[in-house]
Design a protein around this ligand. Sequence first.
Ligand code: ATP
Length: 307
Amino acid sequence: MTAPAISVTGLTKRFGARTVVDGVTLSVAKGEIMGFLGPNGSGKTTTIRMMCGLLEPDGGEGRVLGHDIRHERRAIKRKVGYMTQRFSFYEDLTIAENLNFVAGLYGMKPARKAVRDTLADLGLTARRDQLAGSLSGGWKQRLALAACIMHKPDLLMLDEPTAGVDPKARREFWDEIHALADGGLTVLVSTHYMDEAERCHRIAYISFGHLIAQGKVPQVVRDAGLTTMIITGPKTAEAARLLKGALGVDQVAPFGATLHVVGTDAELLKKTVEKVARDTGNAAADSETSLEDVFIQLMGESEDTPT
Ligand SMILES: Nc1ncnc2c1ncn2[C@@H]1O[C@H](COP(=O)(O)OP(=O)(O)OP(=O)(O)O)[C@@H](O)[C@H]1O
């Protein structure tokens, strides 16, 4: 078996008196796409920065691409492509000029060939002379990705790469990520989008610096142990009012003309939902629990027990 691309245990980081990453243990196989999820400020970026060799951990240890995360940070940095949340280019330079600049930063020789190959790999050749500032959100992300993979990294760290990008461009971006992973690149990607989480091979969920769930998406959904029911009919708003805070009900959310109701105690939930549906002249039915239901639940639970 080949060594994992990432294998870290007990990763911890403190800023002043605050522990923002607390004992994170994570393993990512070569060629795997690992999704990193969690509320704002939960410690995703900080964890990514420790694993890229950009930030020294206060506790924990591990290896990334075979290098020690404490003592071989330079070697890690060379082999990682890191797309930060606010990736920026020179807006008044063309796509090709921006990539040329990045090739120069990495000391790539011959730069012209590296740029030409990267443009071709990411379908940017036809736009090579377009000014970066005039690109749509989707093409900007593609240019950012091009800049991150030009030096042929073995590991790609993407921090919310598609924030604010439309669904079609996001889908194309993800097709690209999968193509890169098929070629052996390992990808760790943080996101707030459920559809993107579902496109990862595995996901890890972090809350208040703690890793509280990880696995394949169906496994994470199963492990959450939730039951979901839907209510449909003419009076879903009235049903929602009655269900909020009712026995056995943890979440109530309208989705178009239906109401999703989620709880941890299946029996109690069913009893309450069926009664409310009857009383309001609506219909109740069993439904599938979604990943979003699970994340909302995890967020709620961790709010109750902050560390
Ligand atoms: N250099 C720093 N100094 C002090 N506090 C910091 C520093 N970097 C991050 N933090 C704090 O650490 C916590 C975790 O931040 P981090 O950026 O890792 O979270 P995140 O999960 O990536 O959030 P988001 O989804 O909003 O990007 C936040 O409360 C943040 O304010």
